[in-house]
Design a protein around this ligand. Structure first.
Ligand SMILES: Cc1cc2nc3c(=O)[nH]c(=O)nc-3n(C[C@H](O)[C@H](O)[C@H](O)COP(=O)(O)OP(=O)(O)OC[C@H]3O[C@@H](n4cnc5c(N)ncnc54)[C@H](O)[C@@H]3O)c2cc1C
Ligand code: SF4
Length: 579
């Protein structure tokens, strides 16, 4: 027997950064918002004295339990997908605040080029520069249109940063100054300057100084404790949804939160959603939460899964290349190179987003005329802190156990520096998400199936970025440099990044996109799908700055929808800006 709850103005499925922003903005505007979060409630105090590497970094205490729910994976559509039973390539958040609680905090804006990538590529290099199996599209919004929302997210989170010399127009400075530099960061800065590049401090949600945001929420100064990525911050110094947007929503009195509420279906009829169905994971009871507006804020993978499971939108079919839900799933080409030094660098202290960056090889910041790939990646030296279990860098050729390993590991603890990159991931018609025909979650619902592999674009990009990284390490004075230029097939085992994107992409044409530039579904006016699922491709940066900006824009769209009596917020155009 399904119990029907009182109707809300808005229901969000998931309460991380995106669900929190939607809840904060709409409750402040006087709307009743219900947030359904499948995980537990958590708060900053829960993380006091919990710098436990085994618990959080090795055993993934804050992540989604893969024995309850996971994804299945295969490289190509002629393979049988199998469930991912152990964490590897990406780490899925759960609980109040989502992955925003244990993120690192590097908070970029994408380049103006990203939003008009197809048009600009054709204009500059001709259409033949785009591979025929690369489903590259403009996003249906320009950087200039999104800029005010980037500014809002940065002010909510208090981002500490220094202007990117290649970045788009900024209406204001970062709200707090850049993080401190360290000897290792200065080494990278000097080397890259000598090479003619333009280094600057990466934008960080680990704050350089105490800051109170426009909603009155205070975020404290980072202590460089090193237990940052995959950990909650007990100092309240990492901007996250539980110290910013969620308490903002709660203080209005208009926000009702249900934890352990696992949403299984969007209920809809004749193009209108009437609410969602969820299971209370503590009792097994089923509930229906009616609402005027349904907002999916359940991260990329579950945004796609819930739409497919609920039969909203047209599923993507790679054979005919028709349909849209699941299309343009992208990832990233992320890797590090190591160099060993005579001098010691104290890398004990660090923070998730502490880093010196160059953007000279990102986007179209450099000429691609003679290159066999598009886009690029930011290159950096990050000082995230060395923790006791996972920090064991040794030069190539060292045995992986025994006396020599121990000696090398101890000797090199302070002498290894790594330079890393996050290369863009451009869509390929053969990479997509759909429902698995075999495997189900603990509630009996089909798992999401991921079909993804790297292609020539990714391999050529990696080789190019690896050469630049090798040159930088050489200029820094490293010996025993190892930067792997080869990229094999995508493998779910080694950690790469939780920068999964696409599947419910935005655009200005209902035939080639699922949502408009307010992230409102073209074919269901009262369903908004918020998150990196809207990215038409993935850029060479971390995604959450853009996710946050889009969430603020979606909140504005929902408010317009509710106050104007519904309807489409954007008139769809037959666009030339797609494949
Ligand atoms: C280790 C790590 C480090 C990262 N570092 C960075 C970084 O430095 N910079 C950056 O830009 N990004 C980073 N990210 C990515 C960043 O965390 C995400 O982009 C961001 O959290 C996305 O916010 P979201 O609200 O879309 O999703 P999430 O934070 O994943 O929140 C979604 C919420 O929905 C809930 N949910 C899912 N399905 C259901 C359902 N069916 N019913 C109810 N609730 C549901 C989940 O439990 C979760 O709480 C990192 C991620 C990880 C894991
Ligand atoms: S490094 Fe800074 S922001 Fe990260 S957990 Fe430690 S104190 Fe918090």
């Amino acid at each position: 027997m399904v119990q029907r709850l009182e109707k809300a103005d808005v229901v969000t499925v998931g309460v991380g950064w995106t669900g929190g922003i939607i809840a904060a903005e709409l409750t402040k505007a006087g709307y009743k918002v219900v947030g359904l979060e499948r995980g537990a409630e958590q708060k900053t105090e829960d993380f006091l004295q919990t710098k436990d590497e085994l618990r959080f970094d090795s055993r993934y205490d804050l992540l989604q339990n893969l024995s309850n729910e996971t994804i299945t994976f295969r490289n190509t559509s002629d393979m049988t997908a199998l469930p991912m039973r152990e964490y590897g390539a990406f780490h899925l958040g759960t609980g109040l605040g989502g992955a925003g609680v244990h993120w690192s905090g590097v908070t970029w804006r994408f380049l103006p080029y990203d939003f008009e990538i197809r048009s600009q590529t054709i204009e500059k290099y001709g259409e033949e520069k785009i591979d025929t199996d690369m489903s590259l599209q403009d996003w249906g919004i320009t950087y200039e249109e999104l800029e005010p929302y980037y500014d809002r997210f940065e002010k909510t989170a208090g981002i500490s940063g220094e202007e990117n010399p290649y970045g788009g127009f900024r209406s204001d400075d970062y709200p707090t100054p850049p993080m401190k530099t360290t000897p290792a960061l200065r080494l990278f800065k000097n080397a890259t300057e000598e090479m003619g590049y333009q280094p600057f401090m990466a934008p960080s949600a680990n704050l350089s100084e105490q800051y109170t945001n426009p909603d009155g929420k205070t975020i404290y100064q980072c202590q460089f404790c090193s237990f940052c990525s995959r950990y909650g911050c007990d100092f309240g110094a990492k901007s996250d949804p539980i110290n910013t947007v969620i308490p903002t929503a709660q203080e209005t009195g208009n926000f009702e939160l249900h934890t352990y509420a696992n949403v299984t279906e969007i209920i809809h009829e004749d193009g209108v959603a009437t609410g969602v169905r969820f299971v209370d994971l503590t009792t097994g009871m089923e509930y229906e939460q009616p609402a005027d507006v349904v907002v999916l804020t359940s991260f990329v993978l579950n945004n796609v899964r819930l739409l497919l499971q609920s039969e909203l939108g047209q599923p993507y079919d790679p054979e005919s290349q028709t349909g849209i839900i699941g299309k343009n799933y992208c990832y990233q080409v992320e890797f590090d190179g190591q160099g060993f030094f005579e001098e010691k660098y104290n890398m004990h202290m660090g923070a998730g987003a502490l880093g010196m960056a160059i953007d000279d090889f990102n986007g179209d910041n450099f000429d691609h005329s003679e290159l066999d790939f598009l886009h690029g990646g930011w290159i950096s030296l990050r000082q995230n802190g060395r923790t006791p279990i996972s920090s064991n860098a040794v030069p190539a050729g060292t045995p992986s156990f025994g006396r020599e390993f121990k000696e090398q590991s101890i000797y090199n603890f302070y002498r290894m520096l790594s330079v890393g990159t996050q290369g863009a991931s451009l869509p390929n018609v053969n990479n997509y998400l759909d429902l698995d025909p075999t495997y189900t979650d603990e509630l009996g619902n089909p798992l999401l199936r991921m079909t993804f592999d790297f292609h020539e674009q990714d391999r050529n990009l990696r080789a190019f970025l690896a050469e630049r990284m090798e040159e930088i390490l050489t200029q820094m004075g490293a010996s025993d440099i190892s930067v792997d230029k080869e990229l094999g097939s995508f493998d779910v085992e080694p950690y790469q990044s939780t920068h999964n994107t696409g599947g419910v992409i935005m655009g200005d044409d209902p035939e080639t996109s699922a949502v408009n530039n307010y992230l409102q579904m073209w074919d269901h006016d009262n369903v908004f799908v918020v998150g990196a699922s809207a990215f038409a491709h993935n850029s060479g940066y971390n995604p959450t700055g853009t996710v946050g900006a889009l969430a603020y824009r979606a909140a504005e769209g929902i408010e317009n929808y509710l106050s104007n009596g519904g309807g489409q917020l954007v008139q769809g155009e037959k666009s030339k800006k797609h494949v």
